[in-house]
Structures are given as structure tokens and as C-alpha cells.
Write a protein that binds this ligand. Structure first.
Ligand SMILES: Cc1cc2nc3c(=O)[nH]c(=O)nc-3n(C[C@H](O)[C@H](O)[C@H](O)COP(=O)(O)OP(=O)(O)OC[C@H]3O[C@@H](n4cnc5c(N)ncnc54)[C@H](O)[C@@H]3O)c2cc1C
Length: 430
């Protein structure tokens, strides 16, 4: 079950469009599809199913967007951990081609939905810049840009160190690349916009309704909430990602779910803001423990990155990110920090999102890999298509067996060792 770490300290919670009321499930209902988890994946699945006339009930433990979807960096970045050529090697033939195309389309899914449903979401689509912090990183991003350019992405190109310095406002990178498909959104407003659109299309969304048990009920499924009300459905879709608990055996152990941490400054003075990402790009870098940063629509500088595996206990748990601001952007070093928050991502063994179908009528989506704004929106669309068509080629990834993460019991230890190793390789900055 998800823990009750509050949403209130985040920048997004303080500035989001109002939420549609989503009262708890008060009585038993019978629907076609029950979705558990109200992040981008669950909400997008609900919206796309409801738009096609499927009767949907979505159960969310807290409120739509409470999880990673309402706490992230709001960077809409296409692509997966692997570049398109690698994907086509990993999945030869038409499947790999389709997967690479899917990976390249995920940012469009977000901006298209925001436009289609006239969502109240501050956004800017000026592109994503990935700064390279080492010579190996420069080589990596150069071939990344080439691969996307070869696949017809206009404007995808490698950047020199001086171009990166101009576009980011810091001279700490050796090069980079520009992906013009990327952009920035207010993610909690977007989650709430998806919820509003799904309800408008006929979906039932029930907040503060943690699913505490699920079992087969003849040929159907029965999902019961902690309050005792139940949803009976032909199919269940689990979209609980980094907040997965004991609802389905083995699911929580199939991923590692560390927190990613972020800080946001008070709005910067105009003359300082003009020197940082002056053309409105969003950015993250090639570090293994990557740093991600952007300005919001009110000139606040956000910096995100690693943090302790446990839930934070004091502002010092974000201290490293505040020091990174001073290192990359000395002009903003003294800007007061207005918000500190974090949220869980879900990492799989192969660094690819997972789809599982452990029993007939039960579909599980897990493993956003920290890049889920576009990915989970697009996954929701494809899961809805799969449920409606029954055709597995609607899904961008193969359905695999659910396996525990090796050494899951020792994940804190394991992750601390990995973080220490990565920090050393990353030059110790964050
Ligand atoms: C700090 C941070 C920064 C990030 N930055 C970026 C970024 O800039 N760009 C990007 O693309 N991605 C980013 N990500 C990743 C992205 O936010 C996630 O991939 C995405 O939001 C995952 O969506 P989801 O729907 O799969 O899961 P979530 O949004 O985590 O939703 C899961 C939901 O399931 C609910 N739940 C769990 N158990 C139950 C239950 N038993 N019953 C009912 N409900 C339940 C939880 O309450 C939660 O709301 C970031 C993530 C974090 C945490």
C-alpha cells in the first residue's frame, strides 16, 4: 500500500488547477474495467476506455496525481532508456520498429491530449536539452541525436559545448543534444486534467479508495476497497507503479522504487531568470544519477536528482540539490528555496517498462524508469486499445512473466552501494 507522505510541500500542489471532486467509492459497482492507481497510466487508460464507451471505475488511494504523476519534474521527454537502434536490436523486426516509433511518439500523446481536452495546464514546448558531462556522454548524445534525426525528427541535433552553455546558461557541460519534441508542463494540473476528461467521458474515479484486496469472482474480478465497497469487473488494470504494495503477490518486489528529490526556488528576479534556459528548454543530463532542471511558468528554478532511499526527514536531505544550483547557476545560488519534495519512481531489472498478465483479465503496467510523463500517457492509450481489441500487437512491449528483483530484500543496501558507485563515476557533484 502507498504511504501517506503528503503532497502539500510540492510546488505543483501549491500551484495546480483545482481538482474535480473524486469522492470515495461508497457502494458496490459493476463495470467492464476496474483500474487501480490514479497516475498518468491509470487516468489515461480510463480516459481512452471511457471515450470508446467502456464502463470504467478507477480506484485511487489518495487523489488523482498523488503519486509520481503529481510530483515529477514536468519534463515531457520522448524516448526510453535505450536509443531507437538499440531497441531495434533488442526486439528485431516489426516489433522493434513499432517500439522505436512508440518511444518517439510519447511526448506528442501528452501535448495532443492537453489540446484536445482544453486542459488548464501551463506548458511550453520548446524542446529538451540533454547536457553531456563527460566525453563519453558527448559521444552518446551525438549518436542519439543522429538516430532520431535519421528517423525523421526535424531539428534533432547534437550541440557544441558553447551552444549548450548559451541554451542552458551554464558552462559545466561538454556538449549535448536538442530534442525539439520535448517540453514542460505543470504535471499535477495535467493529472487533474486527465481525471476531468475521463469523468467527462463517463469514467467513475474514486479518490481515497485504496484497493485492499482483489480476487476472482467466477469469470469476473472483485476488487474491494479498505472501506469495504467493491468493484466487480470483467478486467482489472493495475497502475500502481512505485507505490505498489501487497495487492498483487510479487508485484512490489518486481521493481526497486527509490524516491527522486526536487527543490524549487522562489520566482527568480527577471535579470537572473533570463540567464537560465533563456529559450525555455527543459533539461536533464547524462549522469547516471541524473540531474534535471527547468524554470516553471513563474520563473522558479527547479532542480531534481537523487536523494536518500528512505522518506526524507529534514531539509538537509535536499541539501545536495541546493548546492548543485549554486554550482551550475551561480547567479541563482542565493535564491531562497520555496519547495522541497520527492516521489517514487519504479526501476525494473532491464530498465524497460513492464507489462504483465499473470491471470486472464488482469493487466499490470509497472516500471516508469523515471521518464513516465509521456510514456505512461501513451501506455494508457495502448492498454485501452489492447483491452478493446484483444490484439496483443496494440501493446508496444511484450507481456512478460512477473519476476522478483534479485536481492529485493537488500534493496536499500544495494541501492546505497550503486548510488555511491555512480556518484564517484559522475564526478561526485550530486
Ligand atoms: C520526483 C520525480 C520526478 C520525475 N520527473 C519526471 C520528468 O520530469 N519527466 C518524466 O517523464 N517523468 C518523470 N518522473 C516519472 C513520472 O512521474 C512517472 O513515471 C509517472 O508519473 C508514473 O505514473 P504512474 O501512473 O505509472 O504512477 P503514479 O503516478 O506513481 O501513480 C500510482 C498511483 O497508484 C496509487 N495506488 C497505489 N496503490 C494503490 C492501491 N492499492 N489502491 C489505489 N491506489 C493505489 C498511488 O496512490 C498513486 O497515485 C518523475 C518521477 C518523480 C517521482
Amino acid at each position: 500500500m502507498a504511504t501517506a507522505f503528503p503532497l502539500e510541500p510540492s510546488l505543483w500542489a501549491a500551484t495546480a488547477a483545482p481538482a474535480l471532486p473524486t469522492p470515495p467509492l461508497a457502494a458496490d459497482v459493476s463495470v467492464d474495467v476496474c483500474i487501480v492507481g490514479g497516475g498518468f497510466a491509470g487516468l489515461s487508460t480510463a480516459l481512452h476506455l471511457a471515450e470508446q464507451g467502456t464502463k470504467v471505475a478507477l480506484l485511487e488511494a489518495f487523489e488523482p496525481g498523488w503519486g509520481g504523476s503529481g510530483r515529477n519534474g514536468g519534463q515531457v521527454i520522448p524516448g526510453l532508456k535505450y536509443d531507437p537502434d538499440e531497441l531495434q536490436t533488442m526486439f528485431p523486426g516489426a516489433f522493434g520498429e513499432r517500439l522505436a516509433k512508440f518511444a518517439g511518439s510519447t511526448a506528442d500523446s501528452v501535448f495532443d491530449l492537453i489540446k484536445k481536452h482544453s486542459m488548464d495546464v501551463p506548458l511550453a514546448r520548446n524542446g529538451w536539452i540533454q547536457g553531456a558531462h563527460t566525453a563519453a556522454g558527448v559521444a552518446l548524445v551525438t549518436q542519439r541525436a543522429e538516430q532520431w534525426a535519421k528517423r525523421g525528427v526535424p531539428g534533432a541535433r547534437a550541440l557544441t559545448a558553447s551552444e549548450v552553455a548559451t541554451l542552458l546558461g551554464t558552462d559545466k557541460y561538454l556538449g549535448g543534444w536538442l530534442d525539439p519534441r520535448g517540453g514542460g508542463i505543470q504535471p499535477l494540473s495535467y493529472a487533474r486534467g486527465l481525471a476531468r476528461a475521463a469523468v467527462g467521458a463517463g469514467a467513475g474515479i474514486y479518490g481515497h479508495s485504496p484497493a485492499s484486496a482483489m480476487k476472482r469472482d467466477g469469470s469476473r474480478w472483485k476488487v474491494t476497497t479498505a472501506q469495504g465497497a467493491s468493484v466487480t469487473a470483467d478486467r482489472v488494470v493495475l497502475c500502481t507503479n512505485g507505490y505498489s504494495g501487497a495487492l498483487w503477490p510479487g508485484l512490489e518486489r518486481s521493481v526497486i522504487a527509490p524516491n527522486s528529490f526536487q527543490v524549487a526556488t522562489e520566482p527568480l528576479p527577471e535579470d537572473v531568470a533570463r540567464t537560465i534556459l533563456p529559450q525555455g528548454h527543459v533539461s536533464s543530463d547524462t549522469r547516471q544519477l541524473l540531474l534535471y532542471f527547468r524554470l516553471d511558468h513563474q520563473r522558479r528554478l527547479m532542480m531534481g536528482g537523487r536523494g536518500p532511499f528512505r522518506e526524507p526527514t529534514s531539509p538537509e536531505d535536499w541539501g545536495h540539490l541546493e548546492r548543485v544550483i549554486g554550482h551550475l547557476f551561480p547567479a541563482a545560488a542565493k535564491a531562497p528555496i520555496a519547495f522541497r519534495w520527492c516521489g517514487r519512481v519504479a526501476i525494473t531489472r532491464e530498465f524497460l517498462p513492464h507489462l504483465h498478465e499473470p491471470e486472464a483479465g488482469l493487466l499490470i503496467n509497472i516500471g516508469c524508469m523515471g521518464r513516465g510523463v509521456g510514456l505512461q500517457t501513451a501506455m494508457g492509450r495502448t492498454m485501452a486499445e489492447y483491452i478493446q481489441s484483444g490484439k496483443s500487437d496494440s501493446l508496444p512491449l511484450p507481456v512478460t512473466g512477473l519476476k522478483g528483483f534479485p536481492l529485493h530484500k537488500f534493496r536499500r543496501l544495494y541501492l546505497s552501494a550503486i548510488i555511491a558507485w555512480y556518484r564517484m563515476n559522475d564526478g561526485g557533484l550530486a
